[in-house]
Design a protein around this ligand. Structure first.
Ligand code: RNT
Ligand code: ZN
Length: 414
């Protein structure tokens, strides 16, 4: 396999369209993906709770799931050794070293993760875990009319922000603390507004303490519906969009949280007109928010292209969010992270200025023709080069490493 020779010929072809592949590869070094820890254990965490709730479902029973923080870190390390680029780790509050009630957790419980990330030079992002808990059994959490339930989750969210702040300070890179709540109802509610008013008040309370954004940033994740929450979700897109704009908080768009025909890529520019930060949870919903492994599909490519076209890679944060328990979990991580990286690199190689020129001149036929031709440029040679720069296996060669890891490590787990 002559990676260098192939790369040089690809470089020439891209040059014909005034695209510098070396520059694109340089740019890739600045872009990181937040790798979700929860792919490694089907979103169970280490609290010994009864199982996943909040309308989330991880299907499959593939052997080898991580059962403690050390195993999960080892699995993530293995996955990251097969993914080109420098990335971040996305944690949930249920992944601490030992069990501590969620409204009492502190950064001390994440020391294992911090030491590890520091040693590796990886940033960490964080998430409130407002599901899979007895206090989340009644369909409403931060929007609950029950004060005890609501206050419990407010304390939890505050604790998570504080943890995120310390993580950001310790690692000297801003830690995003994402809030998602499942709140809603299976059937048609008679009153939608009361819960939304309560959610607003809870968020005001949670965000009343201001943190230095250099170390901690808040984000709010909307959703259209969940399993058992088909008719109404309190934290809809409109709700958080309005809240985020009014209070200058970051939005989080999860690609599985919209109607299947809705185009998430189209929303990015609207948000960037009014805000300068956005978090994306890249997932792959099939018929519903099924959290399938991310692949290189049109949706992911068009999202990356939107970010590239406005040179907004410093504003838009990419995170992965899926959990497939039916295949080797390392394979699942690697497929998704490599797919998203491919989409980003592919977008960086787009001769945007050429299609923009055709657009300005009203040559829409040329614009479409060129977009189609650009799809057939020798992208894979640049991708191989990118993998080789980071010393990770080229093409399907990574599968061999996962097979070995499965034999040596995963298959031995009880
Ligand atoms: C749920 C949201 C949320 C979770 C993770 C585990 O629908 O997408 O982001 O998937 O936090
Ligand atoms: Zn999500």
């Amino acid at each position: 396999m002559d990676i260098e020779k192939n790369y040089q010929s690809a470089k020439k072809m891209y040059m014909d369209f005034e695209v510098d592949t070396d520059k694109a590869l340089e740019k890739m070094k600045e872009i990181s993906i937040s790798i979700h820890c929860w792919q490694g254990d089907d979103v169970r965490g280490f609290e010994k709770t009864e199982g996943l709730s909040g309308g989330l479902v991880a299907t499959g029973n593939y052997p080898g799931r991580a059962k403690n923080p050390a195993q999960l870190r080892q699995d993530i390390e293995t996955a990251l050794s097969l993914i080109p680029g420098r990335h971040r780790i996305n944690l949930h509050s249920i992944y601490g070293e030992k069990y501590i009630e969620r409204d009492k957790i502190t950064v001390d419980n994440f020391k294992g993760w911090l030491d590890w990330a520091k040693q590796k030079g990886w940033g960490i992002d964080f998430n409130t875990t407002i599901f899979s808990h007895p206090m989340a059994d009644s369909d409403y959490t931060l929007s609950s009319e029950d004060k005890d339930i609501r206050n419990f989750w407010i304390r939890h969210a505050k604790a998570c922000r504080e943890i995120a702040y310390h993580i950001g300070k310790e690692l000297n890179t801003s830690c995003i603390n994402n809030i998602w709540v499942p709140d809603g109802s299976k059937d048609i509610p008679a009153d939608r507004i009361t819960h939304r008013k309560i959610l607003k008040d809870s968020l005001d309370d949670i965000f009343s303490h201001k943190y230095d954004k250099k170390f901690m940033e808040d984000s709010l994740e909307s959703k259209l519906f969940g399993i058992g929450f088909e008719s109404y979700v309190v934290g809809s897109f409109e709700f958080y969009y309005a809240y985020a704009i009014k209070n200058n908080v970051m939005l989080c768009l999860d690609t599985g949280h919209f109607h299947p025909t809705e185009n998430i890529a189209d929303k990015i520019s609207s948000i960037l007109v009014f805000q300068n930060k956005l978090l994306l949870h890249i997932s792959r919903g099939i018929r519903w928010d099924s959290d399938h492994v991310v692949i290189l599909n049109d949706e992911v490519v068009s999202i990356a292209q939107e970010v590239k076209r406005y040179n907004a890679f410093d504003k838009v944060h990419f995170a992965l969010d899926y959990f497939d328990a039916s295949i080797n979990r390392i394979t699942a991580w690697v497929i998704g992270a490599r797919a998203l990286s491919k989409a980003i690199l592919f977008s960086l190689l787009e001769p945007t200025h050429i299609i923009r020129k055709e657009e300005k001149n009203g040559n829409f036929g040329n614009r479409l023709a060129l977009m189609e031709e650009f799809k057939a440029l020798p992208f894979s040679f640049v991708w191989d080069k990118y993998c080789s720069i980071y010393n990770v296996p080229v093409r399907d060669k990574y599968l061999y490493h996962i097979k070995k890891y499965e034999e040596d490590v995963l298959s031995k787990r009880k």
